[in-house]
Each structure stands twice: as C-alpha cells, then as structure tokens.
Design a binder for this molecule. Structure first.
Ligand code: 2F8
Length: 271
C-alpha cells in the first residue's frame, strides 16, 4: 500500500518534473538566450552572432542619423534664407544711405557756399564797423557829437575862420554842414541855442552865387530877410543861427570868412 502510495507519489513527482522540464524547454525555445560559459571563479556571458536586437539598433541609429541630416539641412536652408533676406535688407539700406549721403554732400556744398558768403559779409561789415568806429572815435575826441537822420555831426566849442573850420572838419573825415531840409535846420536851432556856427556855404568863387562845399547849388534857403548883404563887400561865408535876427527861427547870414565862429562838421551816411 505504502509502496503503491510512494510509487504513485514518485510517478506524480516524476511527471511533475518532466512537465516542468518540458515547460522550461518551451520557454527557452521561444527566446534568444545567449550562449553561456562558466569559468572557475565567475560566470561571463558572451554574446555571439548578430541577433535581431542588434540589427534593430542599427536600423534605429540609421533612422536617427537620417533625421539628424534632415534637421541639419532644414537649419541650413532656414539660415541661408535668413541671410539672403538680411543681405537684401542691407543692400536696400545701403542704397538709402548712399542717397542720403549724396543729399548731405549737396547740402554741405550749399552750406559751405552760404558760409563763405556770410564770412565775406561779416568781413565787410567788420571793416565798415572799424571805419565807423575810427571816425566816431576821432569825432568824439572833442565831444559834442550829434546824430540826425544817418549823419553824424560835430559841433565845436572853439572858434575859427571859415577856411580853418573846413580844414578841421575834413581832417575828421567830415566837412562843414550842408543843410538839405527844414528838419535839419530846426534840429540845429535846438542844438545850438544862442550860438552862431559856420555852415558849408560860400560865394567866394563868384560873388552872389552861393554854393555848398560839395559844389551842389543852393536849393532850400533860410536867409534872414536882410541877408545875404555882403556887408562892406567882405562877407562871402555863411553862418546859421544868426542872433541879430532875434527870430524864433534859426536863420542864415553872410559873415566875413576870417571871423572866428564855432563850426558844425557833418559826416554824411557811410556809402
Ligand atoms: O545886420 C547888419 C550886419 O551886422 C553885422 O555887421 C556889423 C554882421 N556881421 C557880423 O556880425 C560879423 C553882418 O553880417 C550884418 O549884415
């Protein structure tokens, strides 16, 4: 009985063992198991031959390499396109800058010409100003300068003959006063007060023909009613502000040219 039991048990075990071995073999049949070899101290697994896993890896690597190449090509194309666009833009801005530069050069040329003109004007003005300052400073040496309608006048304090007076005026870059208008006449009435003064009027050349020092003939006249009378046949030079007239108006009279009288010099408007 017991033997039967053991015998049966053994059969069962044997069958189980056989079934287990069969099942292992099936499993090993369905997998690629690398061949193994055992050494004395340790086990070392050596892969032999090109299995299907290896070739899959190579295929994957090749695909990745291909993708990388495509990616690189795309990047290169994109960069090339970007650079082309940028070059076009640079060329456009370069041509704009060239046009702008040309315009600036033209403006610069015009400005240079304008500057030269201004410099010339400035030089002329400076020269005119210097001349005027020189004349002014000469006239101001003696004080009593007057200014009326673009002319500068000098009224002396000292008295001289008509000829000496004229010489003095000319040495100052002026001449004896020429009266061209009522305003000018009235201006000197106010300025002179009760002082008589030589003006640039004489008939020394031809008796009775009165002329201004610039040889212009007499037009507007301010003679006192009894003048000119060539008193004692010796009066060929004219004064203004004649005091014997006792007039509210400033009037003229003829006087002996040697008579000492103050003078009015006139520097006409600079040309
Ligand atoms: O008014 C007459 C006469 O009076 C003076 O001579 C005395 C005047 N001369 C002088 O004042 C220098 C003359 O010009 C004038 O005509």
């Amino acid at each position: 009985m017991d033997e039967d039991i053991y015998a049966n048990t053994g059969n069962v075990l044997e069958r189980k063992s056989t079934a287990l071995n069969d099942s292992k073999e099936e499993i090993y049949m369905n997998q690629d198991v690398p061949e193994t070899r055992t050494t004395r101290s340790h086990k070392e697994t050596i892969t032999t031959g090109m299995g299907s896993t290896g070739s899959r890896r190579y295929r994957l690597a090749a695909v990745l390499l291909g993708l990388l190449c495509v990616l690189l090509l795309t990047v290169i194309i994109l960069l090339w396109f970007k650079f082309t666009v940028e070059i076009d833009q640079l060329q456009t801005s370069n041509s704009n800058l060239t046009a702008e530069r040309d315009q600036l050069q033209a403006s610069n040329f015009n400005l240079t010409a304008e500057r030269d003109q201004l410099q010339t004007s400035y030089t002329n003005l400076t020269s005119a100003r210097d001349k005027s300052q020189k004349v002014l400073s000469e006239l101001m040496r003696f004080g009593r300068l007057k200014y009326f309608k673009s002319s500068i006048y000098y009224v002396s304090t000292g008295k001289m003959s008509w000829s000496e007076s004229r010489t003095d005026c000319r040495e100052r870059g002026a001449d004896l006063l020429i009266i061209n208008s009522r305003e000018e006449q009235e201006f000197f009435k106010k300025e002179l007060g009760s002082t008589e003064a030589w003006i640039g009027l004489t008939d020394r050349q031809t008796e009775g023909v009165w002329k201004w020092v610039d040889d212009s003939p007499l037009t507007i006249k301010f003679w006192w009613t009894e003048e000119p009378n060539d008193y004692e046949g010796n009066e060929d030079c004219a004064i203004t502000n004649f005091q014997k007239a006792k007039s509210n108006l400033s009037v003229w009279a003829d006087y002996p040219c040697q008579h000492p009288v103050v003078r009015i010099c006139e520097r006409a408007k600079a040309e």
